[in-house]
Write a protein that binds this ligand. Structure first.
Ligand code: SF4
Length: 384
């Protein structure tokens, strides 16, 4: 376990571990340098995390903290910059849906939710961020030991992103450390999700492993949406992580696919994986009702009226080959989906296509900014 290895070999992070457990093929595909997909929830998470980091790092000596409302002003300014930066990254990502400016206010509230948790952890009784003074934010900055750092085991195999490591304060005294992971998604109704619990424990284990003389350490999930703190006290997971790391060694051949409704519905690698389509055609799980994915070929396309006729292609064997069927359906297209089909119909009209997130209203299908049209390209060998 202490043998040093180069970081060029694979590493296990909480998210890659989860992906591997959901479906080993999903993990394998995520390592194949396929076109990335941006998502709005992930982008909002990045904006809130980066805004908290920037706010924690502000140099108070360079700010006029006597000015009324200075803290809210700087918070808004930081958030606006992070929002614009992330919006550009999102729109530059090859696969992206529509950017939702309407989520700005709700996301800013999430950022302020995280700030309120930080204020309370510093032992401050502040009911509105307009009351934050030079001294109060200085007190917050003093309890921060590390902010947005990378945690890596000594051997380099296990890694994770640490949001915050802070001093635990009780009656003005430091009594230990808190490893805090900021969560911007939906808070749990009761207990933490198993994967989140394991992720938090892994962060805690890594901090302990890298700091042999550490004081008592707590690990907490901070949910910005409801400003609630969930304390995780479960046992160490570090040995399980090293065991999983062994199984995740890079391979030229695809890892086993374990298709099921939960893992496949949000999998972003469907255009490169035949297994979900085989599973649906074999009746192992049902396709979505309102939103559905299909594998098709284009039969007819009228660019002017933005209407297409597709034929469903069904699996032929288990390697991604397809065969014709007598199932045809028409679809209305707009925005990005329409642009994509115009391009395909011009350059590769006979190509097999994966259609992601088709919206069905009765028998009528719609493809728009929320959908994806990608060439069907099941991967049978690593190309990297
Ligand atoms: S589509 Fe389903 S079976 Fe295929 S990689 Fe994704 S999760 Fe696994």
């Amino acid at each position: 376990m202490n043998e040093k290895i180069g970081y060029s070999t694979h590493q296990l992070s909480p998210s890659s571990w989860n992906r591997f457990e959901e479906c080993p093929r999903k993990y394998w595909l995520s390592k194949q340098k396929l076109p990335k997909k941006a998502s709005m929830p992930a982008s909002i998470g990045t904006i809130i995390h980066n805004s908290v980091e920037d706010l924690c790092n502000i140099n108070l000596e360079l700010i006029n903290t006597n000015k009324e409302g200075w803290f809210n002003e700087i918070s808004k300014d930081i958030f606006q910059k992070q929002w614009s930066k992330e919006k550009k990254t999102f729109l530059d990502t090859p696969r992206h849906s529509k950017w939702k400016d309407e989520l700005y206010d709700k996301s800013f509230q999430g950022f302020m939710g995280a700030v309120n948790i930080l204020l309370s952890k510093a032992g401050l009784q502040i009911f509105s961020t307009s009351q934050v003074s030079y001294n109060s934010w200085k007190t917050v900055q003093k309890i921060i030991i590390a902010n947005e750092g990378t945690l890596v085991s000594e051997c380099g195999r296990i890694t994770g992103r640490l949001d915050l490591l802070i001093s635990e304060i009780k009656e003005g005294k430091t009594i230990g450390w808190i490893v805090a992971d900021l969560k911007t998604g939906k808070p749990p109704t009761l207990d933490l999700d198993k994967k989140v619990s394991r992720q938090l424990r892994l962060y805690r284990d890594l901090v302990e492993l890298n700091n042999p003389n550490h004081p008592p350490i707590k690990v907490e999930g901070w949910y910005s949406n409801n400003q609630k703190v969930y304390v995780e006290t479960g046992p160490s997971v570090i040995n399980q992580a090293f065991e999983a790391w062994q199984k995740m060694s890079p391979s030229d051949s695809p890892f086993q696919a374990t298709p099921n409704e939960k893992s496949c519905s949000f999998c972003e690698w469907k255009a490169w994986c035949p297994s979900w389509w085989i599973a649906i055609n074999d009746g192992i799980f049902k396709p979505g009702k309102m939103f559905r994915d299909e594998v098709v070929k284009l039969i007819r396309f009228d660019k002017e009226s933005a209407v297409a006729l597709f034929e469903r292609l069904t699996p032929d064997g288990d390697k991604g080959k397809l065969q014709n069927s007598d199932h045809r359906f028409g679809a209305f297209l707009k925005d990005k989906s329409l642009e994509k089909l115009v391009e395909i119909s011009k350059n590769k009209p006979d190509t097999e296509l994966y259609l992601g997130s088709i919206r069905f209203d009765g028998k009528t299908a719609y493809l728009g900014d929320w959908s994806e049209i990608i060439e069907w390209n099941p991967l049978q060998n690593s190309k990297i």
